[in-house]
Write a protein that binds this ligand. Structure first.
Ligand code: BF8
Ligand code: SF4
Length: 654
């Protein structure tokens, strides 16, 4: 392979490719290079390596031939006797524990902040506060928002540690789903309890039945999706505002030559909200000018980017695999980070340029970075210190600067509530028109495409090809996380994309309503918005009485994080067919994989699948959607869609 081909294989994004080339010239080692230099351990990759005790690590090999005898199988065990099944299931649910913990610790932090500021902070979404108060039985009467918020905050906090019964938000799910969870004994208690139980059951010598282990994984994942993550989204919306559609820009071209560039990277919106507010302080702006900059240019990275574009229109610099590349521009004066998906290589790369890396969370320090701690009592002060650090660093920029020109428009901020308004109209907010357009076949179904980038596959390629294939086939796509950002860089999140890329039916609905065929719903904790949207579709009627009846599917074509596994598992547990790309972490055990891919469908109506080819994966999703249409008896409607003038007029009156 020539050097040129190798480079172009790493990403499909022109801005990224330009900087991957620059990194070669600058002798900077990137995740793309490390992925080439270090192949995954073949036993670990399939889930068969156990290091849960000091007798291991035990690397249980794959069966030699297809026809393994029971005697041969008995020999393939860890020292304690653990089978490949037990080991793969243990590893899998420990991934769920890690992912669910990340989302839920984020949610817990938001709940604590919520309580701390409830006394004095101006609540941005009063309606949502009152709705949650009603749902949780908090007295409203003539109490002030702040009084109500204190009670809501306390209830939210208690949910994380709930030791008995079921988490409160479970009641939001369709009734049939709730009953199914109870029958399968996976209706969860608080996330803390469920994660502790995963860690206990996967300890050496405890739960050694892979089905029972996977059941606990399901239970914890539900506590993440319908608990920790949903609480995070709800409280963030109440505090900082429920997103509404906003026009923004994306890609590394949003960095500016003549302004102080400060990238905000990570996940928790407190940090970003404060920095956005502090950057408007006249004294801070003056300071920037005194150093020769025209202003302060904030840009987001990873899920923090999704949070601040939705609420403030702050541009997105890029997704997970662009974090190192941002530094390679030489134009980033500081990158401030909090938690999750932050590469430890950043301070090293920053040394080749002038960039300062600033950590802010007591939970996440990186050797070589500056630490400016953020806590809710001095958040504004810390935010200003971060911005001042970036400003002071601006004059130290070297000459080796290259800012790619690529930047694209996108519309972000489609919360579950705004989909309701947009599709239903101001006076009768509902999912009715969406359901009707699914029933009449203009929209074939809905797909949630979410998740990460993975350095073992070309950056953004699978996201973009999968999403294009889906919308071409009239499937409305809803997205979060790095996947949303990938589609945005391909120009799929603007209304004009409908005519260009979507099938005729989907395009006609998008054009009438004025929405893109691919909707940006937010960050990874905001996958809970997808659960809410799916539930709203069920409740609106005509598409069955459970999420598993909907013509819908999910995917994470470039996943890498444990969070993605937890998300995928709660989608599956909620009744959604969910396909992952790149790699699958249980292939070392046929039994475990079959259980997740097949038996789960009988148990939960949703199941996992693995397909690294994004087009084939999209086709699997479409086939599933068609299967559901058939079961609902609406497959015929789709065949009849011929767009005569009368139908177009009827559509316009929706
Ligand atoms: O939570 S999609 S790479 S940034 S894990 Fe990380 Fe994956 Fe991106 Fe946000 Ni989500
Ligand atoms: Fe090996 Fe069993 Fe210990 Fe795992 S728990 S490392 S399989 S001995």
């Amino acid at each position: 392979m020539t050097e040129e081909v190798k480079k172009t294989k790493k990403s499909v994004d022109a801005a990224s490719l330009e900087l991957i080339d620059k990194a070669v010239d600058d002798k900077v080692n990137l995740a793309f290079d490390r992925a080439e230099q270090m192949k995954p351990c073949p036993i670990g990759a399939v889930g068969n390596c156990c290091k849960n005790c000091g007798m291991g690590p035990c690397r249980v090999p794959l069966p030699k031939g297809k026809e393994e005898t029971p005697e041969e199988k008995k020999k393939r065990r860890g020292i304690c006797g653990a089978t490949a099944e037990t080991i793969a299931a243990r590893n899998f649910i420990r991934m769920i524990a890690g992912g669910a913990a990340a989302h839920s610790d984020h949610g817990l932090g938001v709940a604590e902040l919520f309580l701390a500021v409830a006394k004095g902070y101006e609540i941005k979404d009063e309606q949502k506060l009152l709705q949650l108060a009603l749902e949780w039985g908090v007295e409203i009467g003539d109490r002030s928002n702040n009084e109500i918020a204190i009670d809501v905050g306390e209830k939210a906090l208690a949910e994380f540690g709930r030791q008995e019964g079921e988490i409160l938000l479970l009641k939001r799910a369709p009734l049939k789903r709730q009953e199914l969870w109870r029958k399968q004994e996976v209706a969860p208690r608080g996330i803390g309890r469920e994660i502790v139980e995963i860690m206990h059951r996967t300890h050496m010598g405890v739960d050694q039945d892979y089905r029972n282990l996977l059941k606990q994984g399901v239970r914890a994942s539900i506590a993440d999706g319908w608990g920790g993550s949903m609480i995070a989204t709800e409280l963030q919306d109440i505090l900082f505002g429920t997103p509404a559609p906003v026009l923004g820009r994306i890609n590394l071209g949003v960095l500016k030559e003549d302004e102080v560039n400060l990238i905000i990277h990570g996940h928790e919106p407190l940090l970003s909200e404060m920095i956005v507010a502090a950057a408007q302080d006249p004294q801070i702006v003056e300071l920037a000018k005194s150093k020769g900059a025209k202003g302060i240019n904030l840009a987001g990275m990873c899920c923090t980017a999704n949070e601040i574009i939705m609420r403030h229109g702050v541009p997105l610099a890029g997704n997970f695999l662009q974090q190192e590349l941002a530094l390679v521009t030489g134009a980033v004066d500081a990158m401030v980070v909090d938690v999750q998906c932050i590469m430890e290589s950043l301070p090293d790369i920053a040394q080749c340029y002038h960039t300062k890396i600033i950590t802010t969370s007591p939970k996440a320090k990186i050797t070589g970075a500056i630490h400016i701690e953020f806590d809710e009592h001095k958040a504004m002060e810390s935010a200003k210190e971060v911005i001042r650090t970036a400003i002071e660093n601006f004059p130290k920029r070297g000459k080796n600067i290259r800012i790619p020109k690529e930047q694209h428009d996108l519309i972000a901020g489609f919360s579950h509530e705004t989909i309701n308004y947009l599709l239903g109209g101001m006076f009768r907010a509902s999912y009715r028109p969406l359901n009707d357009n699914i029933i009449n076949g203009r929209i074939r179904g809905v797909a949630g495409v979410v998740g990460c980038n993975n350095a073992r596959t070309a950056h953004n390629e699978s996201h973009i090809s999968m999403v294009k294939e889906l919308i071409k086939n009239d499937v409305l796509v809803i997205q979060t996380g790095c996947s949303a950002m990938a589609s945005a860089t391909a120009g799929l999140m603007v209304p004009e994309a409908a005519a260009k890329y979507a099938g005729e039916g989907l395009a006609s609905v998008c054009e009438t309503v004025g929405i893109p065929p691919v909707l940006h719903l937010g960050s990874c904790v905001d996958n809970s918005r997808i659960l809410m949207a799916a539930t709203a579709m069920v409740k609106d009627g005509g598409l069955g009485d459970d999420i598993s009846d909907l013509p819908a599917a999910g995917a994470a074509p470039e996943w890498m994080s444990e969070k993605a596994i937890s998300i995928g598992q709660y989608f599956v547990a909620s009744g959604v067919f969910t396909v992952f790309g790149v790699t699958w972490p249980t292939t070392g055990s046929k039994e475990v994989t079959d259980f997740l891919f097949k038996t789960f469908e009988e148990m939960y109506g949703g199941m996992w699948a693995f397909e690294p080819d994004p087009i084939k994966a999209a086709q699997l999703m479409i086939a599933h959607i068609d299967k559901k249409r058939q079961a609902l008896g609406i497959d015929k409607a789709r065949e009849r869609v011929l767009y005569d003038m009368e139908m177009r007029r009827e559509l316009e009156s929706v």
